[in-house]
Design a protein around this ligand. Structure first.
Ligand code: NAP
Length: 528
């Protein structure tokens, strides 16, 4: 592998803030990895944001084809990094090679999906209502509305997807697709991976002769440069995936600016699973094994990991319980993403294991190294979950709580107490007559409702919703995954009585972009 320079990227140039440096520590063996990464300064935050602002007017005016070519080139350049990227990401994250190969495929797939979106311009959601000059009592003006980019977007790389939700992840791709410059705050756990991907993006931008300021990436600590990035006057929106504490800090900082800006933060979720008696009668053991695999997959480090299982009080529940316990006991401890996550998991799971109201159902064998996480499932009573707030927060890692419930009324009570969720699942016989009401209850609290399946495994497609009411995310109207994710970084503008030649192309009479538009209430690609 070529050596890593350790600098931040600011508008196509390498930058050293001269404020110190840090190294990446491999979670596999706690070895210090090659590379001395220069911590970005507040002055560099300013340089990156000003460059993004300067580049915005040119970038927003590029056509969809140009932005599509950029995203496709970034995907090509990431693939061209070959094993260098996979090897470094493996050392920095502890994730196994097959998972990283899959994640690289997902990252490049997302970039190409957003390229297709950019090319069609369909995301602009053009709506035209033509004038009615002789309308009584007052004339109706000509009004045309479409979506337009917000301006420079700050993206916080997530630790649990070092490729797909990091430097060139879904947030960056959706912001660039819609004409927004991006400044990434790299996650401190994988700075080498971030540098390699940032170089690929910078190369693609230079090859297409686009303004260099449309992309910068800063290395360093969230506490040192995270808040300055959010508070910078040029920042127009923020994309974030991570903890509730950090998401809340960034959200509050954005709200307290003289000019508040949106923060699209995707944070913690318990992803409740309800298991009804109608499902247990047929498949208690099968369902238990499916749920155990979902709890332990990727060492539980997915935002959709099931954290609480509400199970019907029925005779077959015993089979479910013993099968789940056996599957958890035999799960091998896995390497967690970084020392911070591993420490937080050890503290969180130990606190649950020691909680006087909880009993341990099953625990996997003890970790062999400091950064490994052992699976744990505890049991709680419905009353304890309803009355004890400390039992209702996410423990990020292979942990879940099993709660026996007396009926769907109690399920609804618990779900309302848990708050917003990314997902809510139910295992049931599809003909179960209690399902329609229960599905409504699940949809009230979650962004995605699943029947007879587990929540892990998030499909990237146009109909995916990955975001739910607080605290799952800061704005439940939007998704962080799938093609609709680009709607976070655009805003509507209406043009009233503007001469045709002065209108944006998406709204001109002749429809030069040949897109479907709502014209006087009818969806059509015809000229006006
Ligand atoms: P994190 O602590 O939330 O950090 C995410 C990003 O925010 C990092 O770049 C971090 O900077 C920055 N940051 C943290 N606190 C900040 C603050 N007060 N002000 C400004 N920036 C701040 O997430 P993590 O390191 O990935 O994992 C820690 C915990 O987050 C996990 O144990 C888990 O509970 C949760 N998590 C949840 C999800 C999810 O999808 N729901 C995903 C990952 C993690 P640094 O680089 O300096 O740390």
């Amino acid at each position: 592998m070529s050596s890593l320079h350790g600098f931040s990227f600011i508008a196509g140039s390498l930058s050293n803030g001269n404020t110190g440096s840090f190294q990446a520590i491999s979670p596999i063996d706690l070895a210090t990895l090659p590379g001395d990464f220069k911590t970005a300064s507040e002055a560099e935050v300013h340089l990156a944001m000003e460059a993004a602002h300067q580049a915005f007017s040119t970038f927003r005016a590029t056509d969809g084809e140009t932005r599509a070519c950029l995203l496709e080139s970034i995907a090509d350049e990431i693939e061209a990094l070959g094993t260098d990227l996979i090897d470094r990401a493996r050392l920095e994250s502890g994730l196994p090679e097959p998972r990283l190969l899959g994640e690289r495929g997902r990252t490049c797939g997302q970039l190409r999906m957003f390229a297709a979106q950019a090319r069609t311009h369909a995301w602009q959601d053009a709506r035209i209502e033509t004038a009615i000059p002789d309308r009584a009592p007052i004339p109706k003006p000509d009004l045309r509305r479409h979506l337009t980019p917000r301006g420079p977007v700050v993206v916080f790389g997530a630790s649990n997807f070092p490729l797909a939700f990091s430097v060139a992840g879904g947030d960056t791709a959706s912001a660039l697709a819609t004409g927004n410059p991006v400044v990434v705050k790299a996650h401190e756990a994988h700075p080498g991976t971030s540098e390699l991907v940032a170089a690929a993006i910078a190369k693609a931008i230079a090859a297409l002769d686009l303004p260099a300021g449309i992309f910068s990436m800063l290395q360093g600590s969230g506490r040192a440069i995270g808040l300055p990035l959010v508070k910078h006057p040029r920042t127009r929106a923020v994309g974030f995936t991570g903890s509730l504490a950090a998401g809340r800090a960034l959200f509050d900082a954005a709200a307290s600016r003289p000019d508040p800006i949106p923060v699209f933060a995707e944070m913690g979720s318990l992803n409740p699973i309800v298991v009804l008696a109608s499902a247990l009668e047929e498949k208690a053991a099968e369902i238990a094994n499916q749920i155990a695999a979902s709890i332990t997959q990727g060492v539980g480090q997915f935002c959709t990991k099931p954290g609480i299982i509400l199970i019907a009080d029925c005779p077959e529940a015993a089979t479910f319980r013993t099968t789940l316990a056996a599957a958890i006991q035999t799960a091998a401890p896995g390497t967690m993403l970084h020392q911070g996550i591993s420490k937080t998991y050890q503290q969180g799971s130990s606190a649950m294991a020691a909680h006087p109201s909880l009993t341990t159902l099953a625990r996997s064998e003890s970790p062999a190294t400091g950064c490994q996480g052992a699976a744990l499932v505890v049991e709680a009573s419905a009353r304890d979950v309803l009355t004890d707030e400390s039992l209702r927060h996410e423990v990020f890692g292979p942990f879940a709580m099993l709660v026996t419930v007396s009926g769907n009324g109690e399920v609804a009570e618990i779900l309302h107490t848990l708050g917003g969720q990314l997902t809510a699942s139910v295992f049931a016989d599809p003909t179960d007559t209690t399902l329609p009401v229960l599905l409504d209850t699940l949809a009230e609290s979650a962004g995605r409702v699943i029947i007879n399946g587990v929540p892990t495994g998030v499909e990237v497609c146009s109909s995916m919703q990955h975001g739910g009411p607080w605290p799952a995310s800061t704005d439940s109207r939007f998704t962080a995954v799938g093609s609709a994710a680009l709607l976070r970084f655009v805003r509507p503008v209406s043009y009233q009585n503007i001469p045709d030649a002065l209108l944006p192309e998406s709204l001109q009479n002749a429809n030069p972009l040949n897109i479907n538009r709502q014209v006087n209430g009818t969806l059509t690609n015809r000229a006006v």
